[in-house]
Design a protein around this ligand. Structure first.
Ligand code: HEM
Length: 538
């Protein structure tokens, strides 16, 4: 019988009609013409030459030639999964976000990643891990684009190209693929001492997670939450894994890097397929929204600082379960596009200068990576909320927009589609006062303390964790060729803790310097080294 093919209209993109996402019972060209043979080129006799008129040959090879898109400029290596987020309702007092109301279920897509390696690099390297979550809420998509570490290397997004240039493989040798074991990385972090906090997290066991399922996640920045009454608080987001936090030992990571470089993506896929669905609890630390934007003396706009959980408890607000593997890695995991500006009503940004720069960077990079301005129409990026925007045309436009030109107000389109009132609207900016101050390229003085929280981290570690940290610094710094860089980093270690510094210096065969800033007076923080809270229902 005749093939049952039907070309989707612009309004019906992406609806598969067979299991493999294709349509009809026969092999066809891209234009739906039935094919008898896709195994032989059209030739002038069996011995050729091949004929230029063979459109099928040219279409097949041309399409293949263009199958790859640029990998992400950072976080190129990743693995994703679908799931469901269920809200406890405990955040209702502080945010009007509908998806956080009690019992609400929201579909999500999560992508985990390493930062520095290419798409084909190993999963098991010492690196930060990305933990990006897309909540398809009915008030618009919310992207929580976080990492498995609660602090970042830099305080200002203008330094992001610098730190990434320093951390990526050498421009001449393209070595190393993903580890921080080289001169430019250590040159950067020893010259930019605000990076020392993130760096010690990387040198700790947190830098080599056992599984994506056993990682914490952090929104890092402070966000501003707005409730129904328009009242605001400042907040930090935390993901706590049900399985607890677990790492690989360095030896395990090295063996797995050779034997199974796909270890983490295999683990995620296999766990979900086996029905052992990974779970996390989402929590928030909540702080009063004061004009100073500080809590317990900690500047909440400084992304190199945590607020210890002893000072502000992480309050659970919902549960995430990952229960479905992607059908197609390219369509979903590769094409997913996260953006910190994807915010529902009730969640707003702050003036953290790292956050502000990120608000620009992601859309900008995705314009190149995903080939133009219409990637929100790719199935994995489509909001589950209704879309009625004024964006038109452009490369890869799939919508067939009807009606008059999109300008507002518009007396020809039969009425204004915007209802009165703004209770449910996103981007209802909180009217925070913008400082009347001269334009400067400068940080606030509160950003200048680069060591006290690094020392807090070090002192909170158990003896075996300290041993691992010493070994990690010694190994990674041991890969540097320039002695001056090792010496400069030892100076930072001396400012963190004399024992740490002496042990690493001994390992490197170098003298241990004296601290150049007074050692911070801090008490150890037990919550840093263990994730001990009970799981509800256990
Ligand atoms: C990608 C997290 C800072 C630029 C990512 C991804 C994550 C992430 C998780 C991967 C998203 C995915 O899986 O598709 C973070 C965190 C940061 C941070 C937690 C600091 C708190 C920055 C800064 C910039 C930046 C400061 C630039 C100024 C990018 C870019 C990508 C990316 C360009 C690639 C996005 C894409 O191709 O879709 N980041 N990042 N990031 N990040 Fe960041």
């Amino acid at each position: 019988g005749a093939p049952q093919t039907r070309t989707p209209t612009g309004a019906e993109t992406g609806a598969p009609t067979t299991a493999n996402g294709q349509q009809g019972a026969y092999l066809t060209t891209a234009n739906g013409a039935r094919l008898r043979d896709t195994d032989h080129s059209l030739k002038a006799g069996p011995r050729g030459p091949v004929l230029l008129q063979d459109h099928h040959l040219r279409e097949k090879i041309t399409h293949f030639d263009h199958e790859r898109i640029p990998e992400r400029v950072v976080h190129a290596r990743g693995a994703g999964a679908h799931g469901v987020f269920t809200a406890y309702g405990t955040a209702e007092a502080v945010t009007r976000a509908g998806f956080l109301k009690k019992g609400r279920e929201t579909e999500v897509f999560v992508r985990f990643s390493t930062v520095l390696g290419s798409r084909g690099s190993a999963d098991t390297v010492r690196d930060t891990r990305g933990f990006a979550t897309k909540f398809y809420t009915d008030e618009g998509t919310f992207d929580l684009v976080g990492n498995n570490m609660p602090v970042f290397f830099i305080q200002d997004a203008i330094k992001f190209p610098d730190i990434i240039h320093a951390g990526k493989p050498h421009p001449d040798r393209e070595i190393p693929q993903a580890q921080s074991a080289h001169d430019t990385f250590w040159d950067f972090v020893s010259l930019h001492t605000e990076a020392q906090h993130h760096t010690i997290w990387n040198m700790s066991d947190r830098g080599i997670p056992r599984s994506y399922r056993t990682m914490e996640g952090f929104g890092v920045h402070t966000f501003r939450l707005v409730n129904e009454a328009g009242e605001t608080v400042l907040a930090k987001f935390h993901w706590k894994p049900k399985l607890g936090v677990h790492s690989l030992t360095w030896e395990e990571a090295q063996l797995l890097g050779g034997m199974d470089p796909d270890f983490h993506r295999r683990d995620l896929y296999d766990a979900i397929e086996a029905g052992a669905y990974p779970e996390w609890e989402l929590g928030i630390q909540v702080f009063p929204d004061t004009p100073e934007e500080t809590f317990a003396g900690i500047d909440l706009l400084d992304p190199t600082k945590i607020v210890p959980e002893e000072l502000a408890e992480v309050q659970p607000i919902g549960r995430l379960v990952l229960n479905r593997t992607p059908t197609n890695f390219f369509a979903e995991t590769e094409q997913v596009a996260f953006h910190l500006g994807h915010l529902p009503p009730g969640i707003d940004v702050t003036n953290d200068p790292l956050l502000q720069g990120r608000l620009f960077s992601y859309l900008d990079t995705q314009l190149t990576r995903l080939g133009g301005p219409n990637f929100a129409q790719i199935p994995i990026n489509r909001p589950h909320a209704a879309v009625n925007d004024m964006l038109r045309d452009g490369f890869h436009q799939h919508a067939v927009h009807a009606g008059v030109a999109p300008y507002r107000p518009n007396s020809l389109d039969g009425g204004n589609p915007f209802p009165a009132g703004d209770a449910e609207h996103a981007f209802v900016d909180v009217p925070v006062t913008v400082a009347e101050a001269p334009k400067v390229r400068a940080n606030p003085a509160s950003f200048d303390d680069h060591y006290s929280q690094v020392r807090l981290f070090w002192l909170s570690m158990s003896p075996v964790e300290k041993e691992h940290i010493i070994r990690a610094y010694t190994f990674e710094l041991g890969k540097c060729y320039h002695q001056a860089i090792k010496e400069r980093q030892l100076q930072s270690l001396a400012n963190i803790d004399p024992v740490l510094c002496e042990q690493v210096a001994t390992g490197l065969g170098l003298p241990a310097p004296q601290p150049s800033v007074p050692l911070a007076d801090v008490a150890p923080s037990p919550a840093l080294s263990q994730v001990g809270r009970e799981w509800p229902g256990d």
